[in-house]
Design a binder for this molecule. Structure first.
Ligand code: ATP
Ligand code: MG
Length: 792
């Protein structure tokens, strides 16, 4: 059922058509967002098949996610029919797995080799460190793991690293010497287990192709067409893999330094790569824009095609995106245009805090449904960090808008949140065996399955709970001294935490103690895995939930808090519209929540880009680094260009993390948006109005911006730059001296509730709680230490 090839060309513009028709040399398509790069790849494949220039088995197409691969296969199938199923359309990782499974014997691997995911490989690394008796404080397993991962991205194997770092010769610095040793041992252990970790999949395939020319030739003969989407995000290992599979550029073979005696037995396949240097957002994982910028140098015979017409967005959205990205230094300027008209203005909104921001988003989605028939499935909400999803999720749950969180687990299903909640439950209920056993060895404290089984057996015999058995651990027979000590100190920690709760420690305080004493937080902080950084942020978010809960009801204790959490967590289980059973209804789809990173390559009619604050987006840890800021700006470009018709941008003047409300200045990216593109529904927060009227500055202490150079071009209505707590980590050391001492009758302002009068004061110092009448906002009980209250 092959289509008429000509029909595959209709509807393409001249450059796109040229890209589809091109043959005979490597092809690079560079173009801005929404210019049809992915569409050209799809049509090119379909055209190759329809004209008989290629058979499906000769095609290898690489996409960035499995989802994208599935969509591309479907698209090609709809264009040329079921023969398309023979093509390889996959991610780098799954293509490598397929090759390795077939060639396992060549490498002395079992065809059934296991693939270790991040958690598995982390566990293995911890074992290796223990075997090598490394001090985990000096050499955290996570730090070693992520260095090894980076080495693998660069195709540096243990021997090479030993040589290059000087470790083999004994001249390396301490860390590198240890790293070399751990890397070698780690690879030995993987091999003994017939396992490969994620990064090995690519590195091993490259080594396979380089070490066995016959194997390489087999694949070059097979894949006459290699096509790569999102080429700007390939790292060195992936780049090399593509080169090995597609063959070297024949133009390079005249190079006199090339000492390969025989030319490739088969000519090079046709390589097509498409990408956009402005959308490179994985440099932190070793991706290098160099691969795209220097493609022409690597493949001298390559043809480069530029696409300039954008088919996705309105001119307004495009102009905004262009304005933001054009500030990046050293980029090749691009002129994207569209003939789809100006479209609606971008709607801007300044919320007082993240809850109000979420409320604005939800109300707006509702309004669009009424006025424009926008369905939930047309809408995406983006944020920089996973932790920001919670406030959004809570509002969407409350108003009953169906949603899904892509590329992330719903907040209360995340491992770190479940772990923390398990601790709280075990503190609250000493006989909660399930939760107690969940956390017994989390974080790892050498209490393995064997010790756990012995305590459990003892509990069975004595007919007591596991928790009660822990309190009598000295009576448990057969425990090794090390385990016994470990169990004792675990039991002691739990007793201390329970004492804290019994003495009136609120949920936030107990949670803080749990995270500190268990070592959970310090383990995450010691890691340089970006995922762990987001776990820390999520825990900070949970702490914020606890703090708010305390503020709303200072009498409430740990049990009340746990009850409230289980309610929210349960409503998490409500099936979304597309999996609800019952009578079929018109599929309205669900609102999509995702981080900006996962949004790459996608498009939505309506996009909400939230959290546009300096310190949120751009992310706090990038503010001091030009390179990283440039990557944040590219991420902003990716975000803005996902929108087809309507774009909303919002920020919260105050965002709470680790229980501390912090005032954030507007994102610098907002400065770059031309005024006429924007319709500000609300320009500043009510606290800013209040503050400028009263003529005082930020109520929060300690500024990370204080010493920074002022940014230019800031509108005069801007709130003075002021201080987010730089990281979750430092929040604990936040001076608490700024809790105002209040008496009945005092007039105060609160950043959210506005003007109020103190009605009752209870307690003093850090535990002072005040009941304050905020007029129409109601009367609130506030834990002053955490409340943005200023005495007038
Ligand atoms: P990104 O950089 O975000 O990955 P892209 O360059 O891959 O974007 P596509 O996703 O391929 O762009 O295309 C963007 C949108 O424009 C899609 O909806 C696509 O169907 C549409 N499109 C592309 N080319 C044309 C065309 N010639 N005529 C009509 N629509 C087109
Ligand atoms: Mg694309």
């Amino acid at each position: 059922s092959t289509k008429d090839p000509e029909s595959l060309l209709t509807g393409l513009n001249p450059q796109q058509r040229e890209a589809v028709l091109h043959s005979g040399s490597p092809l690079l398509i560079v173009a801005g967002a929404g210019s049809g790069k992915t569409r050209v790849l799809t049509h090119r494949i379909a055209y190759l098949l329809a004209t008989g220039r290629a058979r499906p088995g000769e095609i290898l197409a690489i996409t960035f996610t499995n989802k994208a691969a599935g969509e591309m296969r479907e698209r090609v199938e709809s264009l040329v029919g079921p023969a398309a199923r023979m093509m390889w359309v996959s991610t780098f990782h799954s293509a490598c797995v397929r090759i390795l499974r077939k060639e396992a014997s060549t490498l002395g691997l079992r065809t059934t080799f296991s693939i270790y995911d991040a958690a598995d490989s982390q566990r293995l690394m911890t074992m290796v460190c223990r075997e090598l008796e490394l001090d985990p404080k000096k050499y955290p397993p996570k730090a070693l793991s992520s260095r090894i991962s980076a080495l693998k991205d660069e195709l540096v194997d243990p021997e090479t690293f030993g040589r290059e770092s000087g470790a083999s010769a004994g001249t390396a610095n301490d860390f590198d010497a240890v790293l070399a040793q751990a890397y070698t041992r780690y690879q030995d252990r993987l091999r003994a287990a017939h396992a490969l970790d994620f990064d090995d999949l690519i590195m091993t395939t490259v080594h396979l192709l380089q070490a066995f020319p016959a194997v390489a030739e087999h694949y070059r003969r097979r894949f006459r067409h290699v096509l790569v989407d999102e080429y700007q995000d390939t790292n060195h290992a992936q780049y090399t893999l593509v080169r090995e599979l597609a063959g070297h550029d024949p133009a390079m073979d005249t190079d006199e330094t090339d000492d390969s005696p025989v030319p490739d037995a088969v000519g090079p396949g046709e390589l097509t790569v498409v990408g956009d240097a402005d959308q490179s957002i994985y440099a932190f994982r070793g991706a290098t824009i160099r691969n795209i910028l220097e493609f022409e140098a690597d493949y001298p015979s390559a043809r480069t095609i530029l696409l300039e017409q954008n088919y996705r967005s309105t001119q307004t959205i495009l102009s905004a995106a262009n304005a933001v990205i054009s500030r990046n230094p050293g980029r090749r300027p691009k002129r994207l245009w569209t003939d789809s008209g100006a479209g609606a203005q971008i709607v801007g909104y300044v919320a007082d805090n993240e809850h109000e921001e979420a409320r604005f988003v939800a109300e707006e989605i509702d309004r669009l449904a009424d006025s424009d028939g926008v369905r939930p499935g047309d809408v995406a909400i983006f944020y920089r960090a996973n932790a920001q999803a919670r406030a959004l999720e809570e509002v969407l749950i409350r108003v009953g808008l169906p949603y899904k969180v892509v590329g992330g687990t719903r907040f209360y299903e995340r491992k770190e949140i479940k772990d923390a909640v398990a601790y709280l439950r075990a503190v609250d209920n000493p006989d909660d065996d399930v939760n107690l056993r969940r956390i017994l060895n989390v974080p790892k404290r050498g209490l393995g399955d064997r010790s756990e089984a012995m305590v459990a057996a003892f509990a069975d015999r004595e007919r007591i709970s596991f928790g009660a058995a822990l309190d009598r651990v000295d009576e448990v027979p057969g425990l090794a001294t090390r385990s016994l000590n470990g169990l004792r100190s675990f039991a002691q920690m739990m007793t201390d935490l329970r004492d804290l709760a019994a003495k009136g420690g609120g949920p936030a305080e107990v949670l803080g103690a749990v995270l500190d004493r268990s070592g959970y937080l310090s383990e995450l902080r010691a890691s340089d895995d970006p995922q762990d950084a987001s776990r820390v942020e999520n825990l900070a978010e949970l702490h914020a939930v606890a703090t708010e809960f305390e503020q709303s009801d200072p009498e409430a204790d740990l049990a009340d808090f746990l009850e409230r959490i289980s309610l929210v967590a349960d409503s998490d289980q409500i099936p979304s519209a597309d999996d609800a059973d019952g009578a079929p209804k018109v599929d309205q789809g669900v609102v999509t929540l995702m981080t900006l990173h996962t949004a790459k390559g996608l498009e939505f009619p309506v996009v909400f880009l939230t959290g546009l604050e300096d310190g949120t987006f751009p992310h706090m840890r990038t503010l001091a680094d030009t390179e990283q800021l440039a990557e944040e700006r590219r991420l902003a470009y990716v975000g803005l260009t996902r929108a087809r018709q309507r774009l909303y941008i919002s920020r919260a003047a105050v965002r709470t993390s680790w229980g501390v409300p912090n005032e954030f200045p507007p994102s610098r990216f907002l400065d770059d948006l031309p005024d006429d593109l924007l319709d500000w529904r609300r320009r500043e927060s009510s606290m800013a109005t209040l503050r400028s009227g009263l003529g005082y500055g930020s109520g929060f202490g300690g500024s990370v911006y204080g010493s920074g150079t002022p940014r230019t071009g800031a509108p005069s209505t801007r709130v003075p730059p002021s201080p987010p707590s730089p990281t979750f980590g430092s929040a604990k050391s936040r001076p608490t001296g700024d809790a105002p001492s209040l008496s009945v009758g005092d007039r105060v302002t609160h950043d959210t509730y506005g003007l109020g009068t103190v009605v009752v004061v209870e307690g003093s110092g850090p535990n002072a709680v005040a009941k304050i009448d905020f007029g129409t906002e109601g009367t609130k009980r506030l834990l002053l230490r955490y409340s943005p209250v200023t005495k007038l």
